[in-house]
Every structure is written in C-alpha cells, then in structure tokens.
Design a protein around this ligand. Sequence first.
Ligand code: SIN
Length: 280
Amino acid sequence: MAFSIQPLDAPLGVEVIGFDVDRDATPDAAARLKQAWLDHVVLCFRDQHVGPAGFVKLAGLFGKPTPQPLQRAEYQVAGHPELRVLSSEHRDTLGDNRLLRIGGSWHSDHSHQQSPPRGTMLHALQLPSHGGNTSFTNQHAAFKALPAAKQAQAKSLMVHHVYNSPYAPRKMQTLSAAEAQTAAPQAVHPLARPHPVDGRLALFLNPIRTARIEGMTDEASQELLDEMLEHSTQPQFRYSHTWRKGDVLIWDNPQALHMASHDYPENELRLMHRTLVRSD
Ligand code: SIN
C-alpha cells in the first residue's frame, strides 16, 4: 500500500502519511486504519487538501457520517448535512452573543445521547498563526492504570449525562425551544464503559455533561468525577495535536476526552469542518 501509519512521539496517536482518498480508500485500507484507530485512539491524516466530498469519503472508511444535531445556517456546508463548520468566529447568537470558543474544556462528544457517536473527524481548513491545538487523553489507559479497588468502583457506577451540567466548567451555546427538543436529550452511561468493538473498558467522563452518579449525592458524585478527571489528564495519558493546514484527525470517542485550546489571537480565524461517525 502506498500510505504508511507511523506512531507519534506521544502516549497515543498515529500519523497517516501519503494517503490519497481517491486512490487508497479500499476495504483492506479501511480495515488497517480501523485497527490503528482502535489501538491508538487518534489518527492524523496529513496533507488532505480535499473538498467536503473527499472529507466525507474519508470519514466513511470508519463508519457512517451522520447528520449534525444542530442544523443552523451558519454551521452548514452546502450539500453536506453530515458536515458542520466549526469557526472561531461563531457566537452564542441566541444567548449573550459571546464568542463560543467551541470545545474549550475536556469533554466527550454528545455523551448526553443514548448512543454517542463512535468517532469525531475534523479537517483543518484555516489556522491561527500559533496555538489552537486539540488535546486528547487515552481513557482506556487511564482506566487500566487505576488501582483495582477504584476499577471495581468505576465498574459498579452509572452516570447521568445532560446537555449542560450545572457543574460544567463552561456554558454550552443557547438552544431555541425547537433545537432543545432534538439536541438536548439525556442519557445514563456506565462510568467504566465497554468499547463497542471489543469491550475494553474506558473511563467515560464528560465534565460539561455529567450531572450526577446514580445513588450518590451531587457533592460525592462531583468529588469522584473530579478525581477521575485529574487522574485521566496526567501527562502519561495525553497528546496535544499541533495542527497543520490539511490535517484530518479522527478520534475514538469511547476511548478519549478532548479539548480545543483557544489560546490564539481573537482576530485570527481557526476554521474546521467536522463530521460525526457512527459505528457500522
Ligand atoms: C470539538 O470539541 O468538537 C472541537 C475540537 C477542536 O476544535 O479542536
């Protein structure tokens, strides 16, 4: 095969070099990439100077790209309901009009859904002169590194996820009443969540959405979730991706927390396309 998969110098993540979606998108290549995705959590395809159709085709190697939960005009990519524009210029237009700075604290995408998406894929279209990294954790490695008693405790607990937890470190964007009907469900998930592919356990955290652990007080819930977050975000479980224009990144939500850094000048544009992939 013409492309190569190379580990990054980090506790998780691989680079895919020389991948041409029109030439290399074969069933064999998809199987190889999906195994690397499961094993390494984050895959970075370098130099993907493709349009929206090429990006969707790449995502299709990993599962089914699905329509975005929020379909507002400013987020849409013409002809591609499965894509969303992520721009540093987007504001909370139905709220206080602040810059949204999307994804700016540790989270896992759409964990308030019964079946959160397996993968999230981003395509870097325009980048600020510096900063704007996306950081990831390996939640399977974090689970495995817990003492046995903590693993057993995590395995016994169920966690309630909502659109915006009262304990969240950041405020989600304001939804219209109609959007809240479809984009703000609630769900209960295990704290030690089995992976949909092979059942490996990962700590399923999401500080913006976890409201409480079932059977515990809010205070005790938050204390335990904070402790698990502190454990998971230690350097040995982390990778910070410095973007290059044309990078396409896909990560395995059941095994990762992620966070965007909005540490770049406010007048510089950071522009991405995003798609969510469901397991096939
Ligand atoms: C997200 O959290 O969905 C976006 C992450 C990023 O923009 O780096």
